[in-house]
Design a protein around this ligand. Sequence first.
Ligand SMILES: [Zn+2]
Length: 507
Amino acid sequence: MTTRPLFPALSPRNGDAMKQFLPPELCFFVAKAVKTFGCIAQTTETLDEFRYRMLHSVAVTWRGGENDIAFARFRWSLRLAVSFMAFTLMSHSALSQVVDRNEQGLYELKSPRLTLVTDIPIDDELKSWPGLVEQSLKQWQLYFDVSEERLAGLKVHATLIGDRPGLTKLGMLDGVPGFDEGYQHGNRIYVREQPTIYFRRHLFLHELTHWIVWELYGGGGSPWFMEGMAEMQATHLMSGGKLMLCMIPASKEQVSGWGRLRIVRETLERGEAPTLTQILAYGDEREDHVIRYSWSWAACVFFTNHPKYGPMLRNLYRQKLDYSLALSRNFRELLASDWENVQVDWNAFVSDLDFGYDIARSTVNRSSGVTAKALRPGESIRLELASDRGWQATGILLEEDTSAQIKCSGNFQMMRPVQGEPTTWNVEPNGITFQFYRGNPLGSVMASVVSSHEPEQTKRWETQRVGLEITLTPVKKGELYLKINEPSKGLSDNEGRISVEISVTKP
Ligand SMILES: [Zn+2]
């Protein structure tokens, strides 16, 4: 009997996610410096050291000593100084702005890239919007993998609407079709005032995403992709003036007024969640748009972050976009041979999706890479369950007319706060029996028998607690999946594996 790990050791952090945390200005400056000098190390000296080196070089050059080296140093210093000044001037000029009132009495904020017209007095938050556009573009340069030159010179005109009838009377919405919260056409965007600062900024970033996708690819894509991408990019964090797009918020307090996760949860609980097939076929009707936006957001987060389906989608949308269902059709064709796995992965994603969801750790593992096989009666197999991952495929197919014995042993380490201090707990397969998650002890081994047929509604997996030992008699044929009972956001600090032995008997 061999033992195989269900998932190999995971690299601690997802590279793409880390990029989001690097201050964009720093990246930009370092990139500029590297381009100019071909060496990062030289940019690490302090300004005082830099000034000293420059003065020293000038003095030595003047005296005629150490000629070549000193002269090279001088040129080098001069280039660094010019580059630094150019960078400072560029950032400053991109953010320079004029606030005024126009002849209609509306407030106007003009910056080189963004013009904002509104009937709402321009406060400090609105004054930060030109900076938000610059920060967003730097992140989109990385996200959409385009050159700086491609984004240079792009300009956008935004209308922020306080009193809609008032602005309509002034002709500010002439030629704009009816819309709920926001609208984009070409490089003009419209955003309605919102009860929270967060959500107003969110809508602004949502419409900005429509704008940049249109600038880059000529359209927006099928409705689920267009709205899902805009919602995904716009879900952001602000910290010390730094904007981080494309976040899964850690708590609802971070995203006041944003209700996408709540709506996903409520429709799941009501048994009204759309299937993936329905989401991909969404049209652009306005009824129930909040529910459709929420599910489009979830589908976009799922697909764009998936190690296999993400690159397939990227290759499609980066060719050219329109507003038809062509993108959905082509994507479905590409996924056709994988559709059963897509179903499993999607429903697993939805099962655990919550604040702080850890995409890298919770994406279903397919490293076994083989079609699930049934065990012969009497045959047994031993596996290792990783404690820091979400659902893990065992590769074992369970039939309706069999019983599976699952036995677990060993322990793993979990971090839990004790009196406010993070403390390591040794957890056995039974879990911590005085703390519960979704009705079962935290850390307990859980099982689910998963059919690969698309259900009539998207729904959470039905699970059973394994603990130390269980005999499972599946009501329908499916592959056995296992995991530790813990919210996705808590997986990253777990360490260790649980040993699992599975055997099958005919009743
Ligand atoms: Zn939109």
